[in-house]
Design a protein around this ligand. Structure first.
Ligand SMILES: [Mg+2]
Length: 414
C-alpha cells in the first residue's frame, strides 16, 4: 500500500506566531489569551510554557501560578490568518495542498513517485527547510501515511518538530500506544459509546470486527473508521450537496473586464447567501469566464472552510488577479463553491472575528430577504448595479422604490 498523504501540523501555532513576530518572546514561556485578564483561558501555550503544565484551556491565573515568568499576550487573530496564508503558500510551493483542515493544519495528496518513502520524506524535509529559512520559529510536525486520517495521526505522534511515517506494514501495532481520544473523530461521547461496546484501548479498536465499529458509530461512519485504521483510502462522508454556484450570461453592455468582475461579485454574494441558507460551509471556490469565441478561463482555490462573504470576496480578489491580460470580451461568468460541509458537522471553534463577520452576513441576508435581494450588498457589485444590469439576473426583481426610501445608502463598502 503506497504512502498517499502528507499532513502538516504547526506546533503551538498562535504562540509560535507571536515568538516569530516578537523577538523578545523567543525562548520564553508564552501563553496567548483572548483578553488580558486572569479569569480567561489560554488559547495557546509555547513549548516553554507547556513544560510547566500550561496548555490550551488552562485558566490564565492558574497558568501564572504554575509557570512563574509566564508572558501572557493578547491574541491577534488577523495576524494568525495572515501567517496561515503564508504557510499554505510555502507548503504549496513544495507540494500541492489538497485540503486545509484548520488554521494550522493542511493535507497534501501524494501521487506517482511522491508515494515512495524516500521521495515523500524528501518532500517533508524540503517543507521544513523552506519554513525554517523564512520563519525559523514556526515549527511543524509532519505525518506521512497511506491515508489522510493516519497521516494526521502520525503528525500528532511526535511534537514539536516531528516527522513520522506510518507504513502499511507497521499497522496496526504502531497505533497501540495511542489513546482512543488521540484519533480525529473520537470525542468524549464516542469514547463513552466505545466503552459500552467493550472497547477501551486502541488495540481493541484496531482488532474489533467491522460490525462492532458499525454499532459503536451507529452506522457507516463505523465502517469508514474500520477502513481508515487499515490504511485504506476512504472518501469523506459525502455531503448531500456537492456544489453551490451561479453563472450568468453578460448583456452586451456588460462585456468588459470591470463589469464582468462586478457581476461575479454579485453572483458570489448571492451564492454565499444561498450557502448560508442551505447550512453549508465551503472550503473551495472556483471562478470561470467564457469569452466570445470558444476560449475559457478558470481558476480555483482551497481554503479553510467558511461561509463568510468577506472572506470569499478576499479569495475572489486573489483569483481575479490571474485573469488573462489580453483576453477577448467576456461572455459568461460563473462562481462555484465546492468542498462543502454541513455546518453541524464542523467541530472547530469559530474565531471571534469570524463570528462577528457571520453576524453581519446574517443581518444582510435578513434585509435582503425582507426587502428584495439587492437591498444591501458589498461594494464590489456596485459598478454592475450602476450600469443598470443587476435586476435582469434576478428572478425576483428588487423593488427599487422600497430600496431607495428605506436604504438610501445601498452599497455597503468594506
Ligand atoms: Mg497544531
Amino acid at each position: 500500500m503506497a504512502l498517499r498523504a502528507l499532513f502538516v501540523d504547526f506546533n503551538s501555532y498562535f504562540s509560535s506566531v507571536e515568538q516569530q513576530e516578537l523577538p523578545h518572546l523567543r525562548g520564553r514561556p508564552v501563553a496567548v489569551a483572548p483578553v488580558l485578564t486572569d479569569s480567561t483561558c489560554c488559547i495557546a501555550a509555547s513549548y516553554e510554557a507547556k513544560r510547566f503544565g500550561v496548555k490550551t484551556g488552562t485558566n490564565v491565573g492558574e497558568a501564572r501560578k504554575r509557570c512563574p515568568g509566564l508572558v501572557v499576550v493578547e491574541a491577534r487573530p488577523s495576524l494568525y490568518v495572515e501567517y496561515h496564508h503564508k504557510l499554505i503558500a510555502m507548503v504549496d510551493s513544495c507540494l500541492p495542498v489538497t485540503a486545509i483542515r484548520s488554521i494550522d493544519e493542511m493535507c497534501c495528496n501524494l501521487r506517482g513517485r511522491w508515494c515512495e518513502r524516500e521521495t515523500a520524506l524528501g518532500l517533508a524535509h524540503e517543507i521544513k527547510a523552506r519554513i525554517a529559512t523564512t520563519m525559523p520559529f514556526m515549527r511543524s510536525s509532519i505525518g506521512i501515511a497511506p491515508n489522510p486520517f493516519l497521516a494526521k495521526t502520525a503528525s500528532d505522534m511526535q511534537k514539536p518538530d516531528g516527522l513520522v511515517v506510518i507504513d502499511e506494514h507497521d499497522l496496526p501495532e504502531c497505533l497501540f500506544r495511542l489513546e482512543l481520544r488521540d484519533f480525529c473523530g473520537i470525542g468524549a461521547s464516542r469514547e463513552a459509546r466505545l466503552h459500552e461496546c467493550g472497547i477501551r484501548t486502541v488495540q481493541q479498536l484496531c482488532l474489533a470486527p467491522k460490525e462492532t465499529l458499525h454499532r459503536a458509530w451507529n452506522g457507516i461512519e463505523g465502517d469508514r473508521m474500520y477502513a481508515l485504521l487499515r490504511g485504506e483510502e476512504v472518501e469523506r462522508a459525502p455531503s448531500e450537496r456537492c456544489t453551490v454556484g451561479h453563472s450568468h450570461v453578460l448583456e452586451p453592455k456588460c462585456r468588459t473586464k470591470p463589469l464582468a468582475e462586478a457581476v461575479l461579485h454579485r453572483l458570489l454574494q448571492k451564492a454565499a447567501a444561498r450557502l448560508r441558507t442551505l447550512g453549508y460551509l465551503a472550503a473551495g471556490l472556483s471562478v470561470s469566464v467564457k469569452f466570445l469565441g470558444q476560449q475559457r478561463w478558470g481558476e480555483e482555490m482551497n481554503f479553510l472552510e467558511t461561509q463568510d462573504t468577506l472572506e470569499f470576496i478576499r479569495i475572489f480578489g486573489l483569483l481575479w488577479q490571474r485573469y488573462p491580460a489580453s483576453a477577448p470580451p467576456p461572455l459568461q461568468v460563473g462562481v462555484t463553491f465546492f468542498h462543502l460541509t454541513a455546518v453541524n458537522n464542523v467541530t472547530r471553534p469559530l474565531p471571534s472575528m469570524e463570528s462577528s463577520r457571520l453576524a453581519l452576513d446574517q443581518a444582510m441576508d435578513r434585509l435582503n430577504q425582507a426587502y428584495g435581494r439587492n437591498t444591501v450588498y458589498f461594494g464590489g457589485a456596485q459598478p454592475e448595479v450602476a450600469a443598470g444590469a443587476a435586476p435582469i439576473a434576478f428572478t425576483n426583481i428588487p423593488a427599487k422604490e422600497i430600496e431607495r426610501k428605506t436604504f438610501p445608502a445601498r452599497a455597503c463598502s468594506h
